[in-house]
Design a binder for this molecule. Structure first.
Ligand SMILES: [Mg+2]
Length: 223
């Protein structure tokens, strides 16, 4: 069983200045700060957010590669300067419990590989907590459906489940026939997330841990 964890709002708390690094990379590439901003980035991939930001401000979408190169420079600088993010309640314990069940902890996230690593380390997780080879990163994906469509090509018949905090995570899981579990530690409420296909919706990974593990165990047993 592969658990495909989302990062923002799922394993770490969203941060009000989380978008600053995108604006910084954009500005360094285009020479000017974006005049127009993305209103709702939640559940979108980095590739989607940065492409939308470029097009919205009159630049060619083909500048995405340059912005991503600059983003790697900026996120490395964050790391070098002691970047701090906060893990959600129960997040580290949930990873440990999953590992105890011999399930693989992997990632399915809108962030790129390096940005993911920098954010997780900044929140106190360890790189070894995750199986990076079977993880999926959205820095070049136009949306989350593109990302979930890749899962079968990498995992084949091995079962997987997505744990995320947004309706977009659920829709992307649905389009690839991957079961979905929702946590309400991001910007969406339990009521919002009950509108999705989620097998279970929990308030957080601490008081909801047994429900999450029970649901995954059911999927793993069924194969
Ligand atoms: Mg999220």
């Amino acid at each position: 069983m592969h658990i495909l964890w989302d990062i923002d709002g799922t394993l770490i708390h969203n941060s009000t200045d989380g978008a600053a690094v995108y604006l910084d990379a954009f500005t360094r590439v285009t020479g000017a700060a974006p005049a127009k901003l993305i209103t709702n980035p939640h559940g979108k991939t980095e590739g989607q957010i940065l492409t939308d930001l470029l097009v919205l401000n009159g630049y060619a979408a083909t500048l995405l590669d340059d912005v991503l190169t600059e983003l790697d420079v900026r996120t490395q600088a964050l790391h070098d300067n002691g970047y701090v993010r906060s893990a959600v309640t129960g997040g580290p314990q949930a990873l440990r419990a999953a590992a105890d069940h011999r399930w693989a902890n992997a990632l399915l996230t809108g962030n790129g590989h390096q940005h993911s690593r920098v954010k997780l380390l900044a929140a106190g997780y360890a790189a070894e907590d995750f199986n990076w080879e079977t993880s999926f990163f959205g820095d070049r994906s136009p949306d989350r459906h593109h990302l979930t469509a890749l899962v079968a090509t990498v995992l084949g018949d091995q079962p997987s489940v997505i744990v995320g905090d947004t309706p977009n995570d659920g829709l992307a899981a649905d389009s690839a026939n991957i079961p979905f579990i929702a946590v309400a530690t991001g910007t969406y409420s339990i009521a919002d997330l009950r509108e999705t296909s989620a097998l279970v919706v929990v308030e957080n990974l601490e008081n909801g841990l047994d429900d999450v593990l029970g649901a995954i165990d059911g999927l793993a047993t069924r194969g």
